[in-house]
Design a protein around this ligand. Sequence first.
Ligand SMILES: Cc1cc2nc3c(=O)[nH]c(=O)nc-3n(C[C@H](O)[C@H](O)[C@H](O)COP(=O)(O)O)c2cc1C
Length: 358
Amino acid sequence: MKTSNFLNVLMAAALVVLAAKLHFVGICCGAGANDSSAASVAAPAAAPAGAGATVIDSTGLLPGVKGFGGPVPVEVEVKDGQVVRVAPKLPNEETPGFFQRLSDAGLWRAWDGLPVEVAATSRVDAVTGATYSSEAAIANVRAALAVAAGKSREDFAAEAAARARIALPPPSRSAMPLGEALAKRATYRDFSPEPLTNQELSDLLWAANGINRPDLGKRTAPTAMNRQEIDIYVCRADGAYLWDSEANALVRVSDADLRGLTGRMNDGDANFALVAPIAIVFVIDFERQKMQGRPQDAFKYASVDCGFIGQNIYLHCAATGLHTVFLGSLKPEQIARALSLPPASVPLFAQTVGKPAK
Ligand SMILES: Cc1cc2nc3c(=O)[nH]c(=O)nc-3n(C[C@H](O)[C@H](O)[C@H](O)COP(=O)(O)O)c2cc1C
């Protein structure tokens, strides 16, 4: 494909993503905060607690967990050590159509009659077609059940806060000479599921786009006009994190496993992105890049800027024995929704990283 054609295709695809995101936000906002009349279509009516029953409200237990349109707090009613009722806490900001699907799928009855300890660990699958709403609702039910089982709300909140931010150790630098790393640089798609240590992750992220000149606030990868418009998200089986490069910490932004939305999906092969422990997603913040008036420049520069970070990761992996593959095959709209990205932030590329398959 000629370069100009390639750029046109890339720009068109990215503009479609941006347009879809703007449309998506419009739909969300249209549902309206506190649109309780609409949400009540699907929700079981809130019932007063029966004699001897306790109602646990999950509001505030999981501040970072959101459905499609907002938080999905629940009420769990427990009597004689058994779950007697699970219902959404109304009003809330979730989109009514999704609530209808949760009710139709019988989600709220999935825990009925179970002893609290069993319910707290029982597996309940997300509802197809309402994945984000149902995952958020299930997480809220689990949180409420943990409180019902005896954990104090304060302990639960403290544990959630500790999980919400992972401080990484200071980065160390690979010792391999650049020429040798260049000689080894290659794409690999075989991965071991073994997780990376926090030290390995810190080293990788610093090489990718770390601050290498603190006095200037500049980084290992260049950006056009030093806009530094790329945010790095680290997706793991246990959730997705935004890398705070100044604090060198991972800030949890989703409990969902988004790795499967980054890798190869349509050719029937096993999805290597689900085997490798890390999927990095490069998110362009077009607001920060400040080139909205010239979309051809915005996407041109953003793509090149991503490429520099990608090559840093390739070279770091070559130097440290990790495997990696740069990916254009991600699902940007779904990732953006799961990460609750603002409309001007677009996932553009991804990169799988892990240890070689044994
Ligand atoms: C912009 C870009 C997008 C890519 N997208 C994918 C992809 O979606 N899936 C994949 O398996 N590999 C992808 N790759 C990896 C290329 O297939 C790989 O770099 C190429 O085959 C050359 O191999 P090498 O990196 O070992 O030199 C991508 C590479 C680039 C630069």
